[in-house]
Design a protein around this ligand. Structure first.
Ligand code: NAD
Length: 491
């Protein structure tokens, strides 16, 4: 039988939107950013700076200070002094006022934050404007509300703050991850030393300006920039009481080894390889949108991305046809354009990782599909990519790629798909698409994942806990569960 020709519609000639670029005229970036220690921007003792670039144009945005051991030491000292002398002595109500102030200032400057996030990270402006920044503000609002209610949140347990929290964040949701970490730490009465990722430090430094403007006592929040080595100085510092880390499983393991045998508490939010499961009774059009959102949202730079797709055999053909058609209509390109669905890959290094995995997938014998789409000449780009004819043991089905690459398999029965979905080292998230509530409940109790979405995907809320099992880490962020790791209890 002749092989069916590619069924995707070629929209490339007539599916063009007029450009709708977001203005950057109102953005004032400094040429050089120093470290934020003890309420002031100070030059690094290291004397060193590194460049942060726009991954969509490869142009330099600014020089950013690289903190060494002495700089981290100064930040921890400032955080300890602020904790002992001021922050731990303030009432919850007073702490809450400061946190509310930060939330309101983020809202006021939301447009600036969104543009800087997209310039520095490569994500489409629509996402930073509608998801990252509003959610970051929402986390500060949410935790501000808990600051004076800790006794009610944890009744009869006498909650007390820990001291100094060391926090290390990745590059995929820079501002949101900073909010996930700083807001509960402050609400619980701790002070903070935060290190943002080296490729996306600018929104955390903008947050430092807001923290100054909000009048937080000096040293309550310190922001030190640098590479992994700067992070390791925080991890190994004797006067840090808790490490909150979001990043790769590999670095998470290094950190857990480093703090083993110490009194440091830890929360680890690590990698993922989520299964998105489509049953034959699913609302197919809605599910296709969920698949697209699950893996192509934020270029697949999402720990909980739906990077494995399991389709029940009887609806495989229709799901694949609709999925390929939808992929063809995705707009890849300028992150500052409001039409863009898929922006730039965050760094040259990550681009190489993704390209290597696409080669691995082909070598493993899987069939690749990429829609026709024009790619900008400069910058780092990967078209939306899917693989069919994938085996469960293939590396593209087992390892985190952290890019817009989807590995697809089919299944016949519930027990088969459960076995396949749970067969990875990770356990962060999963998605289930079906018309039957009973099937949803059956699946959610048996999937080894910290988060299971039903008939939706990639939805976040400050009141909802987030975190994983197995190699996806331990501890939760968000909700009351996210407050608890910043507290110790008498009972
Ligand atoms: P990464 O582990 O390379 O880096 C994360 C942070 O750790 C960066 O700030 C980095 O400078 C720092 N770091 C690197 N080496 C260190 C060391 N030895 N000691 C201390 N700090 C060190 O991760 P990444 O590439 O920036 O981010 C992508 C990863 O993050 C993916 O695996 C993704 O799944 C994960 N992630 C998880 C969640 C979650 O909530 N589970 C959320 C977002 C991202």
């Amino acid at each position: 039988m002749a092989k069916k020709k590619d069924i995707a519609i070629d929209y490339s000639s007539d599916w063009n939107f007029a450009p709708a670029p977001e203005s950057t005229a109102h953005i004032k970036l400094k040429k050089k950013y120093d470290l934020f220690i003890d309420g002031k921007f100070v030059k690094p003792k290291s004397g060193k700076y590194f460049e942060t670039i726009n991954p969509a144009t490869e142009e330099k945005l600014a020089d950013v200070a690289e903190a060494n051991k002495a700089d981290v030491d100064a930040a921890v000292k400032a955080a300890r002094k602020a904790y002992d002398n001021e922050w731990s002595k303030l009432s919850g109500k007073e702490r809450g006022k400061y946190i509310y102030r930060i939330a309101r200032l983020i809202q006021e400057k939301a447009r600036e934050f969104a543009v800087i996030e997209s310039l520095d990270g490569g994500k489409p402006i629509r996402e930073s404007r509608d998801i990252d920044i509003p959610l970051a503000a929402a986390h500060f609002f949410y935790y501000a509300g808990w600051a004076d209610k800790l006794e009610y949140a944890f009744p009869n347990r006498k909650p007390q703050s820990l001291g100094v929290a060391g926090q290390i964040t990745p590059w995929n949701f820079p501002m949101l991850m900073a909010a996930w970490k700083i807001a509960p730490a402050l609400a619980a009465g701790n002070t903070v030393v935060l290190k943002p990722a080296e490729t996306t430090p600018l929104t955390a430094l903008k947050l430092a300006e807001i923290i100054q403007e909000a009048g937080l006592p000096d040293g309550v929040v310190n922001i030190v920039t640098g590479y992994g080595e700067t992070g390791s100085h925080i991890v190994n510092h004797k006067d840090v009481d808790k490490i909150a880390f979001t990043g790769s499983t590999g670095v998470g393991k290094i950190i857990m080894k480093a703090i083993a045998g110490t009194n440091k508490k830890s929360t680890m939010e690590l990698g993922g390889k989520a299964a998105n499961i489509i049953f034959e009774d699913a609302p197919i059009d809605q599910a296709v949108e969920g698949i697209i959102n699950g893996i192509f949202f934020n270029q697949g730079h999402v720990c909980c991305a739906g990077s494995r797709l399991y389709i029940q055999e009887s609806v495989y053909d229709i799901v694949m046809r609709k999925l390929k058609d939808r992929m063809q209509a995705l707009v890849v390109g300028d992150p500052m354009d409001k039409n863009t669905d898929i922006g730039a890959i965050n760094s040259k290094k990550q681009l190489k990782v993704i390209e290597d995995y696409i080669k691995i997938g082909k070598k493993e014998g899987a069939t690749v599909y990429q829609p026709k789409c024009a790619m900008p000449k400069k910058g780092y780009w990967v078209p939306p990519t899917l693989f069919t004819d994938v085996a469960q043991s293939n590396r593209i089905s087992q390892e985190e790629i952290f890019g817009p690459v989807l590995a697809i398999q089919t299944f016949r029965t519930v027990s088969e798909v459960l076995a396949k979905a749970n067969n990875t080292p990770f356990g962060l998230s999963a998605g289930v698409w079906t018309d039957k509530g009973s099937k949803i409940f059956n699946m959610t109790t048996k999937l080894n994942a910290g988060i299971v979405w039903a008939n939706t995907f990639n939805k976040f809320d400050p009141a909802s806990p987030f975190g994983g099992y197995k190699e996806s880490g331990h501890g939760r962020e968000g909700g009351l569960h996210g407050l608890e790791p910043y507290l110790k209890f008498d009972a």
